[in-house]
Design a protein around this ligand. Sequence first.
Ligand code: NDP
Length: 463
Amino acid sequence: MVYDYDLLVIGAGSGGVRCARIAAEQGAKVAIVEKQHWGGTCVNIGCVPKKLMMMASGFGDEAKLSQGFGWSNQRGEHHWKALIEAKNNEVERLNQVYLSTLRKAGVHIYTGSASFKDPHTLQICKSSLSPEYFETKCVSSERIVIATGSLPTLPDIEGNTLGITSDQAFYLSERPKRVLIVGAGYIGIEFSGIFKGLGSTVDLVYRQKLPLRGFDEDLRQALYDGITQRGITQHNECKPLNVLKRADKYIVHLDNGKKIETDCVFFATGRHPNSKGLNLSTVGVNLSSKGQIFVNNEFETNVPHIYAIGDVIDKINLTPVAIAQGHALAERLFAGSQRHNAYAMTPKAVFFYPPLSSTGLTEEEAVKEGEIEIYQTQFTPMRFAFSSSKFKTFIKMIVDKKTQKVIGLHIMGIDAPEMMQGFAVAIAAGLTKYGFDQTIGIHPSSAEELVSLRQITRVAKKV
Ligand code: NDP
């Protein structure tokens, strides 16, 4: 069989772009299809604009903090429209960077939506953004990679369409004075911090006792305290029953009997794999009822020559993981490489103010593996020395008692993700606590605490 391409990638997000580019650089004939967002969710309606907005929100705090250091500037008013315009310009710039990177690598670009006609053929329907002349076009490829990402999930309650999701939050024409956020996962926590920092009143509604289910319990408690300290109202152990519109306001009834009036309801209630519309049933690709495409460790679906990477496989739904998967797959297919990444030690960050970061096991996971030693500390960083708001830095290190390897690290505090990235290398490489202790600290810094944890806080084992 002669195909149009050696590799065709559906979806130009972080994983898809990396996969297409590396394959093309290895000499493969590659095409990529994208409906709307060059660079995908991360660049357009995810990590990148979120971080810009989080920084915007943090500058208000920095201005306030600087007064303690002798600056006389007052914390001024924030101009939402100026932020959104600057953010949009940056996103547009990055879209062009992604397109030009792909073109430079020799990847053929299609703007449109793709669906399977048969296991080697895609039908591409031109989108309104498409510069190409075709209406629909069929292209064939020896191998096809599905990298279509994920979409926000709305809770199944009355009035759910009256709320927004992160997709719209990045494009609001005005900042709502009051926001009610449902969900205390990554997005709920990050946006509650963003809106609060920019001046909104924030109600955070979530089902668990503590935010960020799945993270270390002590870190979750530190976050709970930090959210309260930030002035966000937490409504835990409850969920919304409905959303009602009253003139230009919204009323949300919670199942604990509370009723909250707000200007904006924001659902941060998880995401689901974006696999609908690909016509996967035609080619027999196995997927879950939620739309998750099943793959093996080599990202192969059950159909030969069809692969899937990133959020659509619903494993670890983070941009760097999708990039690593796309890179590894392209190298395996076209460079004969057997590259495998340390996915088990994937560092995570949640950009609240102050942010959180974790690598490795939580205490709850670690005790299941054996006896552990826990080192824990909390302190006020110098940045808050002259301020009335003293956001503490929390550090928790988990060490396997037998091997003395550091198997978990959890930090909440200014610069936590920046600190974690370096330490994650040591943890992924299996460094022992002794190895940490041997390292000389940088003084004065918060990170030096990580190489100065001398006193075991407690020993824990499975009961
Ligand atoms: P998460 O899965 O992180 O959190 C979802 C939240 O919504 C949880 O608090 C969950 O509660 C709650 N929830 C789910 N369904 C309902 C419901 N029906 N009613 C009420 N509450 C509900 O999803 P997010 O939307 O926050 O983020 C999606 C994904 O995006 C993340 O998992 C992450 O992979 C990625 N992401 C990563 C970021 C980063 O790396 N910094 C930033 C933003 C997103 P419960 O815990 O009770 O289930």
